[in-house]
Design a binder for this molecule. Structure first.
Ligand code: SF4
Length: 371
């Protein structure tokens, strides 16, 4: 079975999230047999590097290099990794804001990479985006009500001015905004309210998929929890599929059913969130988790400190892209790229040391990487 076809084997929600987040127990109703909303197969995006007077191409930025995954109705896939690893590029490729270099993006079974122009309109309805900075994604010259009505108008679904007004009012109520907010302009809202407005606009066309790119990272922590809980409630109510892009592991752990970890344009680990956060198999995932502070002085955590910077995606390292920073790297890692394979049911990892039959990682080697 390809990793991208794996059903979520563990949809158990976290018991309680930080702050005033409510328990997710009643909300994470997802179904491993649910319809596949998004299917991404071997997706690639290379950006040319141009230099000189003639703008000749002198290289490529390998932003996304062979990524595959699926998301089912009612499921959230968290996409995590350091800045520049390619996660935002994947979001834009899925939304067709960028043209892929190669690969397939299927929305509800249709390959939209083969569709262009007006043919894309029915599929654009099915996928909406929530942005990191709600302020720059909202037209400052339009009232909040007009912003939410605009997609309805574009698709001829507003039913005239009164019908559109009523639909917008219902959406405002659903995201926790008041009717009187409809006459206000984006600069009159707080950050959290602006993000609620962005969510209302995304919901207007009743999409199947929402790509949320760092939707709470620009918000205060107390407001983050409210917006995350709102997204989770809306997911259950509308059976939405979420591609949730974030560098914040605590937020990803709270909202996701499965998590994909990216490094330099590739997915290096993909599994359900409980397995990922308790028994990560890839050294990079282990390092990411080790960097998260634990709010309990009684708990001491073995810390895997990565040395060096993330290599340039223009000339990514040969073999395993992580070998220049991996404390467990062996000779084979320098020249042979590990494929992403399912090493346990529902758990895929790209590491030679996790292949079936590979010797276990030696603990003394781990100790040398401990701070
Ligand atoms: Fe480290 Fe080698 Fe595994 Fe890559 S393949 S993560 S370098 S041990």
């Amino acid at each position: 079975m390809a990793p991208s076809d794996m059903a979520p084997s563990d949809m158990a929600p976290s018991d309680m999230a930080p702050g005033d987040m409510t328990p997710a127990t009643a909300r994470a109703a997802t179904n491993g047999d649910a319809e596949t909303v998004l299917e991404v197969q071997d997706l690639k995006k290379f950006f040319p590097v141009k230099r000189g007077l003639l703008s000749s191409t002198v290289g490529q930025v390998y932003a996304v290099d062979g990524v595959s995954f699926t998301i089912r109705r009612g499921e959230t896939l968290g996409l995590v990794g350091e800045s520049g690893c390619g996660k935002t590029t994947i979001g834009k490729l899925v939304m067709r804001l960028l043209e892929p270099t190669a690969g397939v993006v299927k929305i509800l079974g249709t390959d939209i990479t083969a569709v262009s122009g007006r043919g894309l309109r029915p599929y654009r309805r099915e996928m909406q985006m929530v942005f990191q900075d709600p302020y720059s994604s909202l037209n400052p010259r339009m009232s909040a009500g007009a912003i939410v009505r605009e997609p309805l108008k574009n698709y001829g679904l507003d039913g005239g001015s009164i019908g559109g007004e009523k639909q917008a009012e219902a959406l405002f109520a659903r995201v926790g905004l008041k009717r009187e907010h409809m006459a206000k302009y984006p600069h009159e809202f707080s950050g959290g309210q602006r993000q609620r407005l962005g969510i209302a606009r995304a919901l207007a066309l009743n999409p199947s998929l929402i790509v949320a790119d760092e939707p709470v990272s620009a918000l205060d922590v107390s407001v983050q929890a409210q917006v995350i809980n709102l997204l989770m409630d809306l997911q259950v109510e509308y059976r939405l599929a979420f591609l949730f892009i974030s560098h914040d592991l605590a937020v990803v752990e709270h909202i996701s059913h499965r998590v994909a970890v990216m490094y330099l344009g590739k997915i290096v680990e993909l599994t359900d969130k409980r397995t990922l956060f308790t028994t990560p198999l890839h050294p990079y995932t282990e390092a990411l988790l080790a960097a998260v502070p634990v709010p309990d002085p009684e708990i001491s955590r073995q810390r895997l400190i990565l040395e060096g910077d993330v290599p340039s995606p223009i000339n990514p390292p040969s073999g395993c892209r992580f070998h220049t920073r991996c404390p467990y790297a062996v000779e084979r890692c320098r020249h042979e790229e590990p494929p992403l394979i399912e090493v346990q049911p529902g758990h895929a990892v790209a590491c030679h040391l996790r292949e079936v039959g590979a010797p276990p990682i030696k603990l003394e080697k781990r100790a040398s990487a401990t701070a």
